[in-house]
Design a protein around this ligand. Structure first.
Ligand code: PAF
Length: 282
């Protein structure tokens, strides 16, 4: 595995592969890799000749009071995991390489519509930061395919919309969420939780599943489903940030005319903000 930090070296390797007619799949990450990320790399390997993984904790997508400074950084361990999977390149640029003028002075990408609700409402500027860095990374890596986890379902829809709107020549692939045996979605932020809290946190997925089952059983009073879910989360000691039933593709509030839904939830367990979602079709 090549470990690259400079744009120039990355571009020259990408160019060489292109001259040999090789295809490239890309997995952007913020590091602290777990089985969820590794499943993206495994998927990427099935899609293309070469796999590039980036590790970059992107300051532009963190709000002022969020966990940028404490975000878990485990670079040596991450590189070992990627080498074990025969990743071709791990790209680990510095903040100065990605944002030489600082990210306040950076040209940005805003994706209207799908960015606006859910995490976009709760974390203003978050998806601008995500779309901007992913657009920039796409320009650097120029992949044929890029893999994103469905755990960040809104992020996946934002990237798909950006690629379509800006005619970026990459196929965006969503990969199913990896879960603990308890159902808890794998996430770097689970590392902030004690074992007891991890057990408590499984209620988030249980609540989503219960809501999806209610829809499948014919319950279409979305407010009632939502209120019950928030009560269940609260009783389990979590503080709901949002629990929304949305149209799967637009992420707008679900209506009685829809048949493909995604239920998106975010909740705090102490200071840790957990997100998860479930898709349901009737
Ligand atoms: O999902 C993530 O880890 C990040 O949001 C991403 C896509 C790597 C952009 O920084």
């Amino acid at each position: 595995m090549q470990s690259i930090t400079e744009i120039k070296s990355l571009r020259s390797q990408i160019k060489a592969w292109r001259q040999q007619g090789l295809s490239i799949a890309f997995v952007p990450t913020m590091g602290n890799l777990h089985q969820g990320h590794f499943s993206l790399v495994e998927k990427a390997k099935t899609l293309a000749d070469k796999v590039v993984v980036s590790i970059f904790v992107n300051p532009m997508q963190f709000g002022a009071n969020e966990d940028l400074s404490t975000y878990p950084r485990t670079l040596d361990q991450d590189k070992q995991g990627l080498a074990d999977l025969d990743t071709d390149i791990v790209f680990t640029p510095t903040v100065e390489t990605i944002y030489p003028n600082g990210h306040a002075e950076q040209t940005f990408v805003d994706v209207p519509g799908v960015s606006e609700r859910h995490c976009g409402g709760a974390r203003p500027g978050h998806f601008r930061g995500v779309a901007t860095v992913v657009c920039k990374l796409f320009n650097l890596v120029q992949p044929d395919f890029a893999c994103f986890g469905e755990k960040d379902f809104q992020q996946l829809q934002v990237i798909k919309a950006m690629v379509k709107d800006l005619s970026i020549p990459v196929e965006v692939i969503g990969v199913p969420t990896q879960r603990e045996v308890s159902g808890l979605a794998m996430s770097s932020r689970n590392g902030y939780l004690t074992e007891a809290e991890k057990d408590q946190a499984k209620v988030l997925y249980q609540t989503l599943k219960h809501a999806a089952d209610s829809i499948l059983e014919g319950e279409l009073n979305f407010d009632a489903i939502r209120n019950k879910a928030i009560t269940d989360l609260t009783e389990a000691g979590l503080v709901a940030d949002y629990f929304n039933i949305a149209q799967r593709d637009t992420l707008k509030p679900a209506t009685l005319k829809d048949s493909d839904f995604v239920i998106l939830a975010a909740a705090f367990l102490g200071k840790v903000r957990l997100i998860d979602n479930i898709q349901v079709s009737i």
